[in-house]
Design a protein. Structure first.
Length: 320
């Protein structure tokens, strides 16, 4: 199977290359017809070949391509690929290199302002500013002024809730299912071709114009059923909270585990705690929410060293 992105090529015809005589300066000699300059008789220099303009194109009729010309190493003239000996000096052509191929010149790109350099300079300056104000740190000394804590136990109830999912993802046990079409993804579909004409030097004094066409695609929406439904789930309905100071952490009394899981049943859900340290540098108080291990590591009144933002003075809690 062919690659769908491989360009399709269509020949638009073959034409003669042109060359200018370096000895008498005769212009626009034909690459196949004029193996020697029609004005002074000098041999054609294959390295001087070039593509003609559209106005100067000369079509090649009934031309049989036998291969790129070869350069005679003795006299430097271009000879047909089927020739066994140089037509000028008679030297054998076996093993001689092919003439250099001419490449079509790309249209020059419009010059604009060097925005790339401006953007790079701006990004560098912005990075330095961010580092200076937000990342740069300094060492500070603090005293631990106190410990605070807060605990939460979520309370969940088994109740009916509404959910929405794609039809193939609707769970068993869902009820009151109602579906409608909705765009779920996109797919690529063929959308014609993008074509351009290129000139290809054949190396024998001719070139071929080729139409190169690359398939293009467009994005098309893919629809599927998206459904609303009702189902019974354990759902957070309340939270039991406690907070205090010191290092003795207290949790609220959670409800007992339910004996049934029918609608209206309640149970304790996620348990989480926040541990806060208060510090003072003698002028102002700073706070940090930390892990329980870090929280318990420090004692009230303990002198500690930490890091702070150099510009704002904000305490870097990860340095504790």
């Amino acid at each position: 199977m062919s690659n769908p992105t491989t360009p399709r090529e269509e020949s638009l015809g073959s034409y003669e290359m042109l060359w200018d005589c370096p000895h008498c300066d005769t212009k626009k000699n034909l690459g196949v017809t004029h193996r020697h300059c029609p004005n002074c008789g000098a041999p054609q220099d294959a390295s001087k070949r070039y593509f003609p303009s559209d106005a100067d194109k000369v079509a090649v009729a009934n031309h049989q391509f036998t291969g790129a010309d070869r350069v005679c190493s003795s006299c430097g003239t271009a000879q047909s690929a089927k020739a066994k000996n140089c037509g000028k000096c008679g030297a054998p052509l076996d093993g001689m290199k092919a003439v250099p191929f001419v490449k079509e010149k790309e249209a020059p790109k419009a010059k604009g302002r060097p925005w790339g350099w401006y953007i790079l300079a701006f990004v560098l300056l912005l990075s330095v500013a961010i580092w200076w104000r937000c990342i740069r740190k300094k060492s500070i000394e603090l005293d631990v002024k106190g410990h605070r804590w807060a605990t939460v136990i979520d309370i969940e109830e088994y109740r009916e809730v509404g959910e929405s999912k794609w039809k193939n993802e609707v769970p068993s046990g869902a009820r009151a299912v109602s579906c409608s079409q909705k765009e779920r993804s996109t797919r690529s579909v063929p959308d014609g071709e993008t074509c351009k004409m290129v000139k290809r030097d054949k190396g024998d004094g001719t070139f071929e114009e080729v139409n190169q066409c690359t398939p293009k695609t467009r994005q098309e929406p893919v629809y599927d059923d998206y459904c609303d439904y009702r189902i019974d789930r354990w759902t957070k309905v309340d939270a039991l909270k406690k907070e205090g100071t010191g290092t003795d952490v207290v949790w609220a009394e959670a409800p007992p585990a339910p004996t049934l899981t029918g609608p209206g049943a309640r149970r304790a859900g996620e348990r989480r705690a926040t541990y806060t340290l208060d510090f003072s540098d003698g002028k102002k108080t700073r706070t940090c929410d930390v892990s329980e291990g870090t929280w318990r590591k420090y004692k009230d009144g303990q002198h500690v060293k930490a890091k702070a933002r150099a510009s704002s003075g904000e305490l870097v809690c990860s340095s504790l």
